[in-house]
Design a protein around this ligand. Structure first.
Ligand code: ZN
Ligand code: ZN
Ligand code: FE
Length: 758
């Protein structure tokens, strides 16, 4: 007989880990204790050495699916403590706010089976959940995580649920949101005027949907608007009512087989689609069509993730439009009264329930690249899981950018990126941003000792940071936008050494006061150098160019010395340019995409950010050619004028739009590779980080890394946070840590600076 001391680090709390260990220990006939610690769980077991070793060997593979085991350490001792049974020791540290909070988890197979079993007491109950599934982050008000501190507090457990909750053999042991039709929340259906209708709420909603109506459906992190996918008229009506012109809608499909009717689904995509996080996955359409849903070559698809969604689909609905219930870029609605009021005239009915959504959390949105998620939006199902860093960080709040706002907080080796927040220029979104910062700081017990923001003085995130740093008298660090992107990609890949960074996006304020966005940087967390860029494009009329993209086409043609007769308002654009009235220069890659899309006649007026790039990608046809590449000035700038001439003459010669779009992007790939080669020659660096919203273009993502790898580069892209501005707060955080370190007197001792900041 021996005693084993086992420490398991990772996400092992609130995921059914202790009951799992209990069962396992019993199965192997061992005795001992388990307790939670600040970084995981600690086990002490007694039994035969061989049995102990077997248990440790099988443990990781059999752990609950929500558990993440980062490290398992075991030591053996001869002296025994004389345990006689297996017990869970309630430790003091459990009360501390250093445990992790689980994201919301899609309904599990066991619950799904009970949901469909007429003999089960939760048959067709829309709030069925267990230790392995159900709401978490979106219902938690405060920590430590127990029912009284969630929006389930107003639903006292009935004796049956209470028994399950306390029975370690039961799969609902310590499941805080456990409930049933007797004690739990209820669903109801309202007509367009908010009048409650008698009858089965879910059947009423299904009938309305089948009849072609638009129904508001309260989900996990917010309210959606749902309608049928077939019949363009309904979706167009939804667009009209929602004032959402062209931005793609997401779909919810009953199952993967239904999704496969319209989309290609690879094995890796299927795995993520069906996984417990259930993001919206951007899938390739099987054939062109569904333009009333998405004008892109891809369409966003998710599977039902709550029991309510499962019941809504029943056996006969295959797919529904499932778009956030909001009005022109305000946050997704979460409250019943607000929805009934603000969606009057938009929704024909409301499928709601009486469990409050404590925290708004939009659906996550991703592509599947290399078998994993490539995020456009990291939100429900992922947040608030931390990203683990190799080294500890002091408590810092990184405030993000503006349009795709997010923030990021650090605590020890954990970094907590927030959920998708939205565009801060909207007042309600900004309020949600400040509320979420306070909520995260409370949940994770973080009191920032420094703030970090973008260089742009007008971003509302910058204003927030300035105001707060002044009020709390703590350091504020300002970080250049593209440097933050670069650092985010480095941190995302656990890299600290100097790298080459291709950072392509729409816009970000440069250190020279102009707008940047097609940058080749060389740097690390401590600093950067702008190694190469793009010939600047004059933005005729400033910000207006992001919508009126023919203004960019005009500028490109004019600078390339070509005729601009084809452009409708050309004369007035020309006058503005000649007088240099509000024509700031920009090296934004997004602008170049917009300009080329307009030049090719694909889109001359955009209704959402990045539409030009999206449509260019959608239009692309097979063509391997590239246009000539020229350079000018310092930093090494890509002179796009010869390319614009070649594009225009190709177009005039009748070369197809799709082939020209391909040649344009091939040219960018060649150009980027040349910039990296020159950077390597000069610096000896061999790692290239790809970041910025332009790398949401999968044509580039399929070919640029390949091209660079063929030249011997190591290419890193985002994996855990988005390449767009949402992911940038992670980079701000890492740069701030480096900056704080170097502020120390004399040699930089990390531990010293950390203890000072703590
Ligand atoms: Zn379950
Ligand atoms: Zn109950
Ligand atoms: Fe950006």
């Amino acid at each position: 007989m021996e005693r084993a001391w086992i420490h398991i680090r990772g996400i092992v709390q609130g995921v059914g880990f202790r009951p799992f260990i209990h069962k396992l220990v019993r199965e192997y006939g061992l005795v001992g204790t388990i307790k939670n610690t600040s970084s995981g769980v600690e086990l002490e077991l007694e039994g035969e050495r061989a049995t102990l070793e077997t248990l440790i060997a099988v443990l990781p593979a059999r752990a609950p699916k929500l558990a993440v085991i980062e490290a398992l350490e075991a030591r053996y001792f001869q002296e025994l403590k004389g345990f006689t049974d297996f017990r869970i020791v309630e430790s003091k540290t459990e009360a501390l706010r250093d445990t992790l909070i689980s994201p919301d988890i899609a309904i599990c197979d066991d619950c799904l089976r009970e949901l469909r079993d007429p003999c089960d007491r939760r048959y067709r109950y829309p709030f069925i959940n267990c230790t392995n599934c159900g709401p978490r982050f979106t219902i938690i008000r405060d920590v430590p995580y127990d029912r009284a501190k969630t929006s389930m507090a107003s639903f006292p457990m009935c004796p049956d649920c209470d028994r399950e909750y306390h029975d370690i053999e039961n799969r609902r042991y310590h499941a805080q949101p456990d409930c049933c039709p007797v004690c739990g929340p209820r669903v109801f259906y309202l007509d367009r005027d908010g009048k409650r209708l008698a009858g089965d709420a879910i059947e009423l909603a299904r009938t309305a949907l089948k009849a072609g109506q638009i129904v508001a459906v309260k989900g996990l992190g917010g309210i959606h608007l749902a309608c049928r996918v077939d019949g363009e008229r309904i979706a167009r009506e939804l667009r009209r009512r929602k004032q959402r012109d062209e931005k793609p809608f997401a779909l919810m499909c009953r199952d993967t087989a239904c999704a496969e009717k319209i989309c290609e689904v690879s094995a890796a995509e299927r795995e993520i689609l069906e996984g417990f996080r259930r993001p919206i996955v951007l899938l390739r359409k099987k054939r062109p069509g569904l333009f009333h849903i998405s004008e892109n070559a891809r369409v966003g698809v998710m599977l039902p993730y709550t029991p309510l969604h499962v019941l809504l689909f029943g056996e006969d609905l295959d797919m529904l439009v499932m778009t956030s219930a909001n009005l022109s870029d305000t946050p997704m609605m979460t409250e019943n009264e607000e929805a009934v009021q603000k969606l009057h005239g938009i929704a024909d009915g409301f499928l709601l329930h009486d469990r409050d959504i404590q925290t708004r959390c939009d659906d996550s949105l991703c592509w599947v690249l290399g078998g994993g998620e490539y995020f456009a939006r990291r939100s429900r199902g992922y947040v608030p899981f931390p990203i683990r860093m190799e080294r500890a960080l002091p408590p810092i709040l990184a405030c993000g950018a503006e349009q795709k706002a997010s923030f990021c907080l650090s605590r020890e080796t954990c970094v907590f990126p927030s959920q998708h927040i939205g565009d801060l220029k909207n007042l309600e979104t900004f309020e949600s941003y400040t509320q979420q910062i306070a909520h995260f700081e409370n949940l994770f017990d973080i009191k920032p000792r420094a703030l970090v923001c973008d260089l742009h003085p007008d971003y509302l995130s910058t204003r927030y940071a300035e105001e707060r740093a002044g009020r709390e008298n703590i350091p504020l660090i300002r970080v250049q936008h593209h440097h933050a992107h670069l650092a985010a990609c480095m941190a995302d890949n656990g890299v600290e050494e100097k790298v080459i960074g291709l950072v392509w996006d729409g816009t970000g304020l440069g250190t020279d006061g102009t707008s940047w966005g097609a940058e080749c940087l060389v740097g690390d967390f401590r600093g950067f150098e702008r190694f190469a860029s793009l010939r600047p494009i004059p933005l005729i009329g400033g910000d207006r160019v992001t919508r009126e993209t023919d203004r960019v086409a005009f500028a490109l043609l004019r600078e390339a010395g070509l005729s601009t007769d084809e452009i409708e308002n050309g004369e007035s654009y020309g006058r503005i340019l000649d007088l240099n009235l509000n024509c700031p220069l920009s090296t934004g890659m997004g602008r170049l995409f917009d300009g080329v899309a307009a030049l090719l006649g694909i889109k001359t007026r955009c209704t959402y950010e990045g539409q030009g790039a999206v449509l260019l990608e959608a239009a692309v046809a097979e063509d391997r050619a590239a246009f000539p590449i020229a350079w000018e000035g310092e930093p090494l700038r890509f002179d796009w004028r010869p390319m614009v001439c070649a594009l225009a003459s190709g177009r005039d010669a009748g070369v197809g739009t799709g082939r020209l779009a391909a040649r344009f992007m091939n040219t960018l790939i060649e150009m980027a590779a040349l910039q990296c080669l020159r950077a390597r020659e000069k610096t000896g660096l061999n790692t290239v980080c790809l970041s910025g919203g332009s790398f949401q273009n999968l044509y580039l993502m399929a070919r640029l890394p390949e091209k660079l790898e063929a030249a011997g580069f190591r290419v890193l892209r985002h994996r855990r946070v988005s390449p767009n501005d949402e992911g940038l707060s992670l980079g701000q955080l890492m740069i701030a840590r480096a900056a704080l370190g170097s502020r120390q007197v004399g040699a930089y001792e990390e531990e010293d600076s950390l203890s000072q900041l703590r």
